[in-house]
Design a binder for this molecule. Structure first.
Ligand SMILES: [Zn+2]
Length: 349
């Protein structure tokens, strides 16, 4: 994981699943490797509350997650079994316990039509009561513009994170945040997020996400909000459930003027770009992996390849991929939006 994050070009990553004792032990064993690679690991976990809303929790230390584990244990059956345990408490009750321990909490993938803040509630207050949130995680199907006109979010920093639970380079770091930090430590990162010191967000085009548009969860046929409402959220083709797209949900909630947000850089993971250029069905094909390795051994890390290495230098390794990256940087990307649980697709023009 640490090596993969370094190859991606990240300086820090969230551990995920830190409420799980086995996972905490694994990170304790990996800490010397993290130090060696100068990689900061921020203890983090996702959990589900009694209303099936998912929350992301960040702490300065894994030991504090042990304390939180003990506090939440009476309210959850699967704390030692699941990476994303279910806690029989409301969001506000959980948030209060996290804050008491000095941690940060916010809704995970806030706009998705399953297990999210805005899937179950119409406002932050309705979900968390008087307890404040420290950030909001946008999820893959949204970027900052989706939340920019929602008045209750005006002061809340937006996090773009991958929700990757493994080292696959197509997933790990597909979204990331650039923060202004006083010091590069977990404490410095938490302080920066709490102080809304986000310099830039980066991630997929929201259309690539699998819940971007309103669509049937069985056949993925897309519908307008009006059509879906008229059909009672049942697909006439196969009786599948129609799930509200993130675009439509965000629009419903957008009642204010757009609030200024840090710039959002849209990216496509390099393995996906190479897969597209080589017309392969999967980014795990051998020639895709080989070319990916050549780019990394030439230029060090993937984020540099995608964002800063001059196109003529990239062309020395592979011309077609260099042209595609140039298109990405110039915004010459056509998108066919995802929805209902199916990812969107892209092509370069
Ligand atoms: Zn259908």
């Amino acid at each position: 994981m640490i090596g993969a994050a370094e190859r991606k070009g990240l300086s820090a990553l969230g551990s995920a699943d830190a409420l799980h004792p086995g996972w905490r032990r694994m990170w304790a064993e990996a800490s010397s490797s993290a130090e060696e690679h100068e990689m900061i690991v921020v203890p983090s976990a996702e959990e589900e509350d009694k209303n099936r809303v998912h929350h992301l929790i960040l702490m300065e230390e894994f030991a504090t997650f042990s304390e939180l584990h003990a506090i939440l244990e009476p309210f959850g059956k699967d704390l030692s079994r699941s990476g994303r345990p279910r806690i029989r408490l409301g969001a506000g009750e959980i948030a209060q316990r996290v804050h008491d321990l000095g941690g940060l909490i916010g809704p995970a993938h806030a706009f998705t039509p399953w297990t999210s803040l805005y899937a179950s509630h119409d406002s932050v207050k309705e979900c968390y009561g008087e307890e404040p949130i420290d950030f909001l995680e946008l999820g893959l199907s949204a970027d900052s513009s989706y939340g920019a006109s929602i008045p209750e979010l005006y002061g809340i920093p937006f996090l773009s994170s991958s929700d990757a639970h493994g080292p696959d380079p197509g997933r790990l770091g597909r979204e990331f945040v650039v923060l202004e930090v006083r010091e590069l430590t977990p404490a410095g990162i938490l302080e920066s997020i709490a102080g809304a010191q986000v310099v830039r967000n980066a991630g997929l085009f929201p259309e690539e996400g699998k819940y971007n548009r309103t669509a049937c969860s069985r056949c993925f046929r897309q519908y307008t909000l009006e059509e879906a409402t008229g059909l009672g959220w049942k697909c006439p083709q196969d009786n599948g459930r129609i799930k509200k797209g993130v675009v439509d949900r965000a629009r419903e909630l957008s009642r204010g003027a757009p609030h200024q947000r840090p710039p959002y850089l849209h990216l496509i993971p390099l393995p996906e770009i190479i897969r597209h250029v080589l017309s392969r069905s999967s980014s795990s094909c051998r020639d895709v992996r080989t070319l990916y390795e050549r780019f990394l051994s030439s230029f060090g890390d993937e984020i540099s390849v995608l964002t800063t290495i001059p196109v003529p230098d990239l062309a020395q390794v592979h011309e077609g991929t260099a042209r595609a990256i140039d298109s990405l940087r110039c915004g010459r990307v056509s998108l066919s939006p995802g929805g209902g649980g199916r990812y969107g697709t892209f092509s370069f023009s």
